[in-house]
Design a protein around this ligand. Structure first.
Ligand SMILES: [Zn+2]
Length: 340
């Protein structure tokens, strides 16, 4: 029995982080979210070059396809390989046959010049017709000037801003920092520490596995009036698994709810990347209905068409060699881990 759905959308991904798995442990065990950023992610992102990024993105795109995800909203942070990075990601995804909307996560962590270079990479990519947004790391790592410049750039190109918001307690003042800048096109990722009446516009991106992994708590996104979509925050792009986890996390705070709410969050992704509605995923299970899928493990795609082209069939991608991508990604991971 099979069922067909549109392509799934991962609404918050970091394709640069695919080579992190198996990395050496940090010199000091992080004790909170800020230290996880400092000890793990900000050491990893600084060590990446464009060749590593290329194979990290191809591995991420391949694994997305293997999970029936045909569209990724990516947020890139490669502070020592900024220029050209968004094109590397776009080309890698195109090669595999997965849609991507990418953005460079602007930050003042590396000084004003670093922020300007990030803004310019967003501008270059958008100016060349790339499918992008304007990325901002988070308000707590940006000056007022940078936040306003990112907002202005997004308005100039008529796109949204993709930003982390109140993921940890250190970003609690995000509502005040971003007041007056947001609109419906903005994508606000995490929002764990955002109050119910935050006043920000945009779609909230819920990443339940990442939030659990970082020990930051449960965002409980049903409490917001904003639309909600599901992401992974870089831990793969299996959106069926993300839906299942989002459902039980929601259930853990309200036993009266059903899986149809988390399923609607999965479907919000199609509002963010409407082209994915043109894609067809044929699944190993029928019906693809929230009350079934919430309680069925191991559901996987058997065939995927993107814009009418078969890109996945018989357990393998049609455009690329999965074994080669895994081998090359492993080579780059060894090179990356040696720098840490
Ligand atoms: Zn993120």
């Amino acid at each position: 029995m099979t069922a067909v759905t549109p392509g799934l959308v991962c609404a918050h991904h970091h394709l640069y982080s695919e080579l992190a798995r198996g990395m050496p442990p940090p010199p000091k065990t992080p004790t909170d979210f800020q230290e996880i950023l400092e000890q793990i992610w900000w050491r990893l992102d600084a060590a990446l070059d464009l060749e590593m990024l290329e194979w990290s993105a191809k591995l991420g795109a391949l694994e997305a396809l293997e999970a029936g995800t045909t569209a990724i909203i990516d947020h890139n942070e490669t502070p020592n390989a900024i220029e050209g990075s968004l094109s590397v990601i776009a080309d890698a995804c195109a090669e595999v046959g997965v849609r991507v909307v990418t953005a460079y996560g602007v930050t003042d962590r590396h000084g004003h010049e670093g922020a300007v270079r990030g803004l310019e990479e967003n501008r270059r990519f958008l100016d060349e017709g790339g499918n992008g947004l304007v990325g901002v790391h988070a308000s707590f790592t940006c000056t007022e000037e940078t936040l306003e410049a990112a907002s202005d750039l997004a308005n100039e190109y008529d796109v949204g801003v993709h930003i982390h918001v109140a993921e940890g307690p250190g970003d609690r003042d995000a509502p005040e920092r971003l007041a007056g800048l947001t609109n419906d096109r903005w994508l606000l990722s995490h929002c764990v520490y955002l109050p119910d009446d935050h006043g920000l516009d945009g779609t909230i991106l819920h990443n339940p596995r990442s939030n659990l992994n970082n020990g930051v708590g449960y965002a409980n996104p049903a409490r917001f009036s904003n639309p909600v979509a599901l992401g992974t925050d870089g831990i793969g792009a299996n959106m069926i698994e993300s839906f299942r986890l989002a459902y039980v996390m929601h259930r853990s705070v309200d036993v009266t709810i059903g899986p149809d709410i988390a399923w609607s969050w999965l479907e919000t992704g199609l509002d963010l990347v409407p082209e994915a509605r043109n894609d067809e995923v044929t699944w190993s299970y029928d019906p693809m209905d929230p009350w079934h899928i919430a309680f069925t493990a191991g559901v996987h795609p058997v065939k995927i068409e993107v814009e009418g082209e078969v890109v996945y069939e018989d357990g393998a991608p049609t455009r690329v060699d999965a074994d080669e991508i895994r081998a090359k990604a492993h080579e780059q991971a060894v090179r990356l881990h040696a720098r840490l």
